[in-house]
Design a protein. Sequence first.
Length: 280
Amino acid sequence: MCDQWKEEFEYAVQVARAAGAVIRKAGECEIKVQTKSCAVDLVTQTDDRVEKIIIGSLKEQFGEGTHCFIGEESVSKGKPCVFTDKPTWIIDPVDGTTNFVHGFPFVAVSIAFAVNKKLEFGVVYSCIEDKMYKARKGHGAFCDDEQIQVSDVKDINKSIIISEHGTDRSPEKVSKIFSTMQKILRIPVHGLRGSGTAATNMCLVACGASEAFFEIGIHCWDIAAGVVIVREAGGILLDVDGGEFDLMSRRMVSANNKTIADRIIKEIEIFEVVRDDAEI
Ligand code: IPD
């Protein structure tokens, strides 16, 4: 029983590594860019291709009928984002598409697996850095083969906090995002950072390089794998209002401990977003 999902986990690591190699190679050629929800929400042929490779390999290995798939590009093409109790793979083939387009060197493949709506494992392959982050529930979190742990800093004044501004540029949202960032900077914290990939940001919290990462507007595929990695590294997940974390809510604070999380939550200016699993 304790080795349940081990085979799926190990296969996910292999698939993420292979997908990362495809992304690295594609980055050497001309990248054709299209837009999705707005002019700054970018997508490339590589996003589509890599998602097909990942889902195709998983279906071939584990059978088509028993497992469900939530993939960023399939959902953006109209597939409903339905999260059921069935074994479900949650996939972001290229997390950090804008970075990929610009050659900004943080791009990740993110693959998570949930059963009964509980996340069982997560794999984040930061493919330009060639770092494989992975965690399985109850088995610890690792970067390559080294176990990782969140930082033990409790003093917010000694922290580095990560956040992102996402792709929604409506004046109300931009102003709330930057007002929150100003308030956090003025606490003061040592610094504010953002790698441009939510999955990698969470791994930076997991390995102790940053005390917390929060964002409103992320999607389940950006963070599902990171959630397991942060938890297994000793960190916590909360909603931006301090309540229970909800994978489909598009709101998240991941932190090394509750003291840091609560201090940040005091400053977050919340704005409305449409849930990933909202019926459209
Ligand atoms: C984006 C990145 C970014 C975050 C956005 C995400 P994508 O994912 O994770 O860091 O700020 O909210 O949508 O579109 O590159 O897969």
